[in-house]
Design a protein around this ligand. Structure first.
Ligand SMILES: [Zn+2]
Length: 412
């Protein structure tokens, strides 16, 4: 078999001829030519037999590795004049517009990105993390089905921080399918407005339930664009707020101890934070010991802890709407009398959103359902921390928690 034919089989790419194969110190370079005569616009379906000029455009793509060799494709492309997009370099069937990688290579990177960590991918594939980000953004834009935004009846709008220093994304979940279906930069009403304007008025008006956190931004946007929808407050957010209140109490207490110059305090409360915030059945031995010590010490930290746990218990599965109503009211009055500033504020917030919280219980937007998706999103977002663009972080979330199934290239 001739080398060019052998490589033609190896590359497994449609629509090309292999012209030449060259070995260099660190890579194999395969020169290819397009089989098709017509020139295709990279941005639309326009094609033409005429080229814009005779000058070729030397182009390079990286393809899947060949053993330990990097594999590079090179081709001389032509320019065409599209009536809509002007003079452009023709598209190729094996790579996305403006990408220096073949579709197969990008597919592999996208598949790895949904499954493994940054170090593994960048070492194995030999590209940096921001390049991974650009690749998954392209794959995501290509694979997202616009129909995912049809038939949205129960949605959740939520924010997630994808990087330190207050970089937020707004995500829209379809509660029925249990997927993230939309996302954008930012975490205010403007971000939510973008969602409603993209799906349009008639689809906005078909939404029956919107679950939210207790902040004012998303609620304002939801009331304006989907006034018919019931606003439900996700119990997940209520519990998260209680955790934050407890952390405030703990920190204040900690500072007080430090002012008293208690040398043992640091040691005794070493892992107090996690002992307090984690569910009691998930504590390790050391944390359980710390928790017992906190209980023996009593005081405000322990009072805060019992309040937080009482609130968490309200949203456990199996309680009726009547039970939850009674328990929430009991919690509010208890927290208001707690003499703990953060819990008094929490009680007032919960009282203000009482109806929304009860709607969530009545409609079965229980913690289990939203929490699973929430946890998945947060886990993935931690992996996105190294990205420099919000788009890349969003693409990783959509590929992992959205309506896209990424498969390795040989399964395509
Ligand atoms: Zn065009």
């Amino acid at each position: 078999m001739r080398v060019s034919r052998a490589f033609s089989r190896l590359l497994c790419l449609d629509g090309i001829w292999v012209r030449e194969v060259q070995f260099f110190a660190d890579r194999v370079v395969v020169r290819v030519a397009l089989r098709r005569r017509r020139l295709h616009c990279p941005l639309c379906s326009y094609s033409t037999p005429y080229r814009h000029n005779q000058q070729p455009v030397e182009s390079v793509w990286r393809h899947l590795d060949l053993g330990i060799w990097r594999l590079e494709l090179r081709a001389r492309l032509r320019r065409l004049g599209c009536p809509e997009h002007g003079v452009r370099v023709e598209s190729v069937p094996f790579a996305r517009h403006r990408s220096g990688f073949t579709r197969d290579f990008e597919q592999l990177v996208a598949w790895l990105a949904t499954r493994t960590d940054k170090t593994t991918i960048t070492r194995l594939v030999r590209i940096d993390w921001d390049t991974v980000g650009r690749i998954i953004s392209r794959v995501c834009a290509d694979e997202l089905d616009p129909e995912r935004l049809e038939n949205l009846f129960e949605i959740g709008i939520d924010e997630v921080s994808w990087k330190r220093q207050h970089n937020y994304l707004t995500l829209v979940a379809d509660h029925i399918r249990g997927q993230i279906v939309w996302g954008t930069k930012g975490n205010d009403s403007v971000a939510a407005n973008r969602f409603f304007s993209q799906i349009g008025k008639s689809r906005s008006h078909a939404i029956e339930v919107i679950s939210l956190d207790m902040g004012p931004g998303y609620a304002k946007s939801a009331r304006e664009h989907a006034p018919q929808a019931i606003i439900a407050i996700d119990p997940f957010h209520v519990v998260a707020l209680a955790n934050r209140a407890l952390d405030d109490v703990r920190r204040a207490y900690w500072n007080k101890l430090r002012e008293l110059d208690d040398p043992d305090a640091a040691r005794r409360f070493k892992d107090a934070r996690w002992s307090l915030l984690k569910a009691p059945d998930r504590l390790n031995d050391q944390q359980s010991r710390t928790l017992r010590r906190l209980r023996a010490a009593g005081g405000e930290v322990w009072r805060g802890y019992t309040l937080k746990e009482a609130l968490r218990a309200i949203f456990k599965p199996g309680l009726t709407l009547e039970d939850v109503t009674i328990l929430i009211d009991r919690f509010i009055s208890k927290a208001l009398r707690s003499r703990l500033g953060p819990f008094i504020r929490l009680a007032k917030t919960i009282r203000r959103h009482r109806d929304g919280i009860l709607h969530a219980i009545r409609l079965g937007i229980n913690q289990g359902r939203t929490e699973a998706l929430n946890n998945k999103v947060r886990l993935i977002t931690r992996r996105a921390y190294g990205f420099h663009s919000a788009n890349a972080a969003l693409a990783l979330i959509m590929l992992t928690c959205g309506p896209i199934t990424v498969t390795p290239p040989h399964q395509q």
